[in-house]
Write a protein that binds this ligand. Sequence first.
Ligand SMILES: [Zn+2]
Length: 543
Amino acid sequence: MRRLSALVTAFVVVCLISIQAQEHVDHDVYWKIRQEGDTRSQILRTLHFLTDVYGPRLTGSPNLKAAGEWAVRQMEAWGLKNGRLEPWDFGYAGWLNERLSVHIVSPVKDHLVSEALAWTPGTNGLVRGAAVQITIPPRPTREELAAHLENLKDTVRGKVVLAGAPQRVLVTFNPPPLRREDRELLALYDPAGPATPTGPPAAQSAQTGQPPRQSGLNANQIDEQLNAFLLAGQALVRVNDAGRDHGQIRAFANRAYDTAKALPTVVMRNEDYGRISRLLADGHAVELELDIVNRTYPEGRTNYNAIAEIPGGDRADEVVMLGAHLDSWHAATGATDNGIGSAVIMEAARILAAVDVKPRRTIRVALWSGEEQGLLGSQAYIREHFGSFEEPKAEFSKLAGYFNIDAGTGRARGLTVFGPAPAAAILRQAVAPFSDLGVLGATTTRSRQRGGSDHTSFNEAGLPGIGVQQDPVQYNPYTWHTNLDTYERIVEEDVKKSAVVIAAAVYHVAVRDEPLPRFTKEEMPPRPRANPVQTATTSEPPR
Ligand SMILES: [Zn+2]
C-alpha cells in the first residue's frame, strides 16, 4: 500500500513537471493570425513602397528617412501607437547616385553595365579618357604596394584606370539549393541535437584561393592606398571588376565614407571588364566615356530607427521586440535585403493589430538603419535603451525577446535564440502549430559575436536575440547586395508564411507568464574582447 502511494505520488509529480514545461498556446488567436495573414496580406503593397517608391534606401540618404517616415505613418494607420523616428549619430554625410552612364567609344561603341561605388564623387559632367589596366600584387606590404604604384605614376594620369586583372568566374554546374532539407533542420532543432546552427552555405567566392600572406595588407588597406595614389596621380576614373557571373554587380562603398578621399569609381560587370581587358591585351587603344552624378547629404549624419508599438496590458513595461533593417545597398532597390524583412515585420505587426490582440507585454517594432555599415542603428538603440549584461540600464531586464529577419525571401524554417535550452523549448512549442508552413523548431546559441544581422547586437549585449532561419531561395548566389535585388525576386507565398509565424511567436512571448529565460550570471558567456565592426564588403552573407 505504501509502495503504491509512493508510486502515485511519483506519477503526479512527473505529470506536474510535464504540465509546467508544456506551453499553452492560444489556438484561437493563432487561427485568427493565420486567417488574417493568409487572406488580407499587405506584404507586397508594403514592399512596393519600400522598394519602388523609396528604394534604394542607403544609410544616411533622404530615401531611407522617407521610407522610415512612411513606415511609421503606415503602422499608425494600421492601429499601432507611439510611432516615431529615433535618431542616432552616423557621423557621415548621406550619399546617392542619380545618374550613371558608361560607354566604350573606341575601338567599338557599346554601353557598359556598371554601378557607382557609394560615397565616391561624380564626374562633373561627361568625361572621356583612355582606359589602362594596372596590376595589384597579391597581399602586398605597404612598402611593396607603394613601390609598385610609384612605377605606374605616369601611366594613370588622365586615364580611366581598371584596378586589377579581371577575375575568372567559372560556370557553375551545381545550382545552389532553393530550400533547406527538413531532415537537416529537424536534426538542428532537436532538443538533443547540436546547439549551434550551421547556417546556409557561404556565398560563392569569385576570389582565387591564394592563402593570405601573414604580413600583407588586407583588401581595405590596399583600396585605401590605391585611392590615395590615384587621386595624387590625377587619374580620371577608377573602375573595379564586379567579379560575378550573369552581369551581377555588388557595389559597396568607399570605406572612408568621404567623397574627397576617392576618385569617381564604378563597379563594372565582369563581362564588360573582361572585354576591355582583352582589348587592351590585344594592343587596342580603348576609350571610355562616363557621366556620373552623385549627391551627398550633410543631414545624413543623423540617422533614424523607425519604431511603433502595440501597447501592453498588465505587463506593459515589459517589451517583446520584432525588427529588420530598413537600409539597403544602392545597386538595386533592396527587396530581398532587406525590404522584404521590413515588410514581413510590418505585416506581422499589422496582423496582430488587425486581430486586435490584447498582449500583456508591449509589442514593439523596430526598423533599423545603418545595418549594412556594421549593425550601427541597432547598436545605438541598445546602448540608449538597454545597455549590456555587464553595464545594464533599467530597461535591460524588461526585454522579453527580440525577433529579427534578414535573409531574403525564403520562408521561415526555425528560430535561434541567444539563451539557455528552455528558451528554445518555449519557442519550439510556440511555433509547433505552424509546421505545415515549413517552420520546424528552435535552437539556441551562446555566441555573443556581432555580425550577420541586428539580432546579434542584442546577443552581444547579453539580451535574448532571436534570429529567423530561412530557406535560401537565390539569396546568396543572386540577390544579396546585387543589382538584381528587386521586387520581382520575392516569393509571395513564402513571405506570407514568415509573417504569420513571426506574428504568432511574438504574440506568444507577449502573453506568457514569464519572459524568455535568460542565461544566469554563471551561465552568461563572456563578451568577446574584440568585436570588430562588420565591414561593408564582408564576403559572408548575413544569416
Ligand atoms: Zn540584410
